[in-house]
Design a protein around this ligand. Structure first.
Ligand code: SF4
Length: 492
């Protein structure tokens, strides 16, 4: 309970990744991922250098096949020759042999327990130990192993069970250079999964550092707000040693957002007492009221307005709500004196996200005098949507793209948005590849997924509706499916 009332970093042990050390008292490191074809050494080196120059100390590249795996050694050599010392991570799905090749070249290997057999772990650990390579156990909501899924469903508890199984296997090999992540595009699932994992690790005396991220957050202010709600809710409680903000934009754009978030929390001070003895459990969702979530222009006397003025608004609000005898729904209000709309949006989302996700507050008031009335309302609605409390606009679950992406996802997302953003009740997944896309677009109503170069497979929920349509026709087909389902209307 104590750590929930003051800012204190969770104590994780140190893990070295190339020249970078995370955990312990080291600063929170920001990372990103390339979206070039990894087999193209030239392009990948150039982009990695751009990401590093933007301030990321860790850069990940996907290695889906032998060609990509074998390109990692020349990429490493070129980067070092050219003076780039970012820690390099290989992202592996499915093929243990590629993990072994990658571990011979890079600083860290990321595996997904949903598609990497635990029986292969000792062999991978042997190489990692010999070369001083770290490992990331990267669990993703939407790609759990069938065995785990059958027992737990696609739940935060299932994600934790999956991570713990692999962590115990690492521990039994005496290998501690391990980082863990529990990503989801659903901020409620993601925050719950990390918090449950922290408790599960504590019960078994494990102190592995954590890598934070919200997957498929999308682009623009919306993508930034979604990431800030999920990542911010955890950082506010001192959870997280490295992070990635996933945006469907140039990877270098992710870095300043990540840096802003990391820096915003580490300067927090102050301790907040809870006098009433009321307890708050961060791992149980308990809505305080059933009131409609609202924004500043909708506030009336039925709601209690709660201002936070200290350096640590999350804890200040949390304590004030727990201490209050007033049972009205709470609107969180805070002043943000910045002219930059992104800065206001990111800070407000990071401050308020935790209380919305936990069901402690039912409204937001972003008091930003330098922004227009419309901008403030927009930010507030986006924060409520990112915390999954009120859906007021089309939800796009768009992957950030990587070396597996089969089409130009940034321009496609823009085209899809231009035609569908008036369909306010829909969630649309826009995913670069069929290997990870369908699982990770979570609860999208429709999915637009790359299935081969320039070809798209369209989904309704988890069901394939049309396979392998050329990209030039795919958006029209998607709209036709929505129309046939009776969910289309023309823009006003
Ligand atoms: S869905 Fe596929 S293309 Fe998109 S980031 Fe994930 S692995 Fe890469």
């Amino acid at each position: 309970m104590d750590y929930l009332m003051r800012y204190q970093r969770r104590q994780a042990h140190e893990v070295r990744i190339g020249d970078v050390v995370i955990g312990g008292n080291h600063p929170i490191e920001v990372q990103s991922m390339t979206n070039t074809p990894t087999a193209d050494v030239e392009l990948s080196v150039e982009q990695t250098k751009r990401i590093a120059a933007a301030g990321a100390s860790i850069v990940r590249l996907t290695a889906q096949g032998r060609r990509e795996g074998e390109a990692l050694a020349p990429i490493m050599a070129r980067l070092r020759e050219e003076g780039c010392h970012a820690a390099i991570v290989a992202d592996i799905h499915f093929t243990p042999e590629i993990a072994m090749i990658a571990a011979e070249a890079v600083d860290k290997v990321r595996i997904n327990p949903g598609n990497f057999r635990i029986a292969e772990l000792p062999r991978l650990i042997e190489i990692c130990r010999r070369r001083g390579v770290a490992l990331r156990i990267g669990v993703n909501h939407g790609s759990l192993a069938k065995r785990i899924f059958d027992e737990w469903g696609d739940t935060p508890e299932g994600m934790v069970a999956s991570a713990m199984e692999y962590l115990r296997a690492c521990r039994s090999e005496g290998f501690e250079d391990v980082v863990v992540s529990m990503k989801s595009s659903n901020t409620q699932v993601m925050v719950q999964a990390y918090r449950l994992l922290v408790e599960a690790m504590k019960r078994e005396d494990m102190t592995y550092p954590l890598h934070l991220g919200v997957t498929e957050a999308g682009d623009g202010i919306e993508g930034r707000i979604k990431s800030a709600v999920g990542i911010g809710a955890l950082l506010a409680d001192g959870i997280g040693d490295t992070l990635r903000v996933s945006l469907t934009e140039a990877p270098e754009n992710e870095v300043p957002v990540g840096r802003m978030l990391a820096d915003y929390f580490t300067r927090r001070e102050g301790e907040y007492r809870v006098e009433s003895g009321r307890c708050y459990s961060p791992t149980t969702y308990a809505p305080r009221t059933l009131a409609k979530p609202i924004i500043h222009s909708e506030v009336d006397e039925g709601y209690m307005l709660l201002d936070a003025t200290s350096e640590n608004p999350t804890m200040e609000w949390r304590a004030a709500i727990l201490n209050s005898e007033d049972s009205r729904p709470v609107v969180l209000r805070r002043r943000y004196d910045y002219a930059d709309i992104e800065q206001v949006a990111i800070y407000a989302a990071a401050d308020m996200g935790s209380l919305l996700l936990d069901g402690m507050a039912d409204g937001v008031w972003v008091d930003a005098p330098m922004l227009s009335e419309a901008e403030r309302s927009d930010i507030e609605l986006m924060i409520l949507q990112a915390a999954r409390r009120r859906f007021s606009r089309t939800e796009y679950i768009a992957c950030p793209s990587c070396g597996r992406t089969l089409y130009d996802i940034q321009s496609t997302l823009a085209a899809i948005k231009a035609r569908t953003s008036h369909l306010k009740d829909l969630k649309i997944g826009v995913m670069g590849c069929i290997v990870n896309g369908p699982g990770e677009m979570a609860d999208a109503d429709y999915g637009y997924v790359g299935s081969s170069p320039e070809h798209i497979t369209l989904y309704r929920g988890r069901e394939v509706v049309e396979r392998n349509i050329h990209q030039s026709e795919a958006l029209d087909h998607l709209i036709e499916i929505i129309r046939r389902d009776g969910r289309w209307h023309d823009p006003e």
